[in-house]
Ligand binder design. Structure first.
Ligand SMILES: [Zn+2]
Ligand SMILES: [Zn+2]
Length: 360
């Protein structure tokens, strides 16, 4: 079977023929891979910049890929809900089996840290022709959105973060006089796929969205922001155009990108930290601490997603297929063959929002 393979903690990636045939036991499903998405985590692994990656037990290599879309090829005994021909997206993180959150399907809130993640740590990923998985970890995709469902996994993480935001913001009244969020301003720092997903969800929920980067928008970003009714701000020259913020979402992981903007935060506002990066330094002053205390500002770090967030992502994709189909299509900036994949995994093509590998 063809697979895209890395040696964790070593730079490099290759397409290999792996003699692997997993057995179709009770409750298991054989899935034929159709598409896999590429993201910054994959590039961090192939360039040996991500240090927490490791192969599954008994292997010295790791099959890459955590953003998958496949079709059910065969089902084992005891499979209840899936049948041959169904489209499915696999969940990435598999729980530790010990902590309470993992035991109720909220492995995204694992407390032991002993989880594994497909294509990232301790478990083979989905960049291969086929894989066997438990039905439990496969999310059924409605047929009508199969062409965009490869976006489900990255979107699921954003759905989770927004779910947390709306949960914690019930600590007081955060809706407007007309019960909507239309009086609330959200700043999204970064305009990659995650920033675009935050813009899509927050726009759908009625927020006024400002997408912020330290450069002018690319033609594609310009198209997408205009289409969503989002204001794109080049923070290097238009920072003074920004109003006050009820929400700041950082997708960059760069403290110098979001801390200076925190002076714009209104009382009872929230800061979501979503991006990660190593080695950046920035000073937090006691004045900023006082500002945050006096304004009840809440900080939410958010990672990963549960199966229900994958379902939430599919629900959004169904809505947007009607409302923003052109935006979703443009987010997939290129489709490459398996043979072309190592090159785009090593180096991000310019203008990329989401590159997808085609397995058919
Ligand atoms: Zn990813
Ligand atoms: Zn756990």
């Amino acid at each position: 079977m063809k697979a895209i393979v890395v040696t964790p903690k070593k730079s490099g990636v290759e397409v290999k023929d792996i003699p692997m045939r997993e057995s179709l036991g009770k409750g298991k499903v054989l899935v034929k891979t159709l598409y896999t998405g590429i993201c910054g985590t994959d590039r961090g692994i192939v360039n040996a910049k991500i240090t927490f990656t490791y192969p599954p037990d008994g292997y010295n290599f790791l099959i890459l890929g955590h953003e998958g879309l496949g079709m059910v090829e065969e089902v084992g005994d005891g499979v209840k809900y899936l049948k041959k021909g169904d489209f499915v997206v696999p969940v990435v993180r598999r729980g530790c089996g010990v902590c309470l959150n993992c035991r109720i399907g909220r492995q995204d809130f694992c407390e032991t840290g002993k989880f594994v993640e497909a294509g990232i740590r301790g478990k083979h990923g989905f960049m291969r022709e086929e894989f066997v998985d438990d039905e439990l970890w496969l999310v059924k995709v409605p047929d009508e959105i199969k062409d965009i469902a490869v976006l489900t996994e990255p979107l699921s993480n954003v759905v989770k973060a927004i779910d947390e935001l709306l949960f914690v913001q019930r600590r007081m009244i955060w809706t407007c006089e007309d019960s909507t969020f239309e009086c609330r301003n959200a700043f999204i720092i970064g305009s990659g796929p995650i920033g675009t997903f935050f813009s899509l969800i927050l726009t759908t929920l009625g927020f006024n969205v400002y997408m912020i980067n330290k450069r002018d928008p690319s033609p594609m970003e310009d198209y997408i922001s205009k289409r969503l009714g989002v204001t794109f701000i080049n923070s290097m020259k238009e920072g003074d155009k920004l109003p006050e913020a009820d929400l700041i979402v950082d997708t960059s992981g760069v403290p110098s990108a979001f801390i200076p903007l925190m002076s714009k935060m209104r009382p009872n506002s929230a800061l979501i930290l979503f991006g990660t990066l190593e080695g950046e330094k920035y000073e937090i002053t006691s004045d900023l601490v006082t500002f945050m205390v006096e304004r009840n500002i809440i900080v939410i770090g958010s990672v990963n997603a549960s199966k229900r967030d994958f379902q939430g992502a599919l629900n959004y994709l169904s809505i947007w297929k009607n409302r923003y189909y052109d935006v979703l299509q443009r987010m997939i900036t290129s489709k490459v063959s398996v043979e072309q994949a190592p090159e785009v995994l090593m180096r991000k093509p310019s203008g990329e929002i989401k590159t997808v590998i085609v397995w058919d």
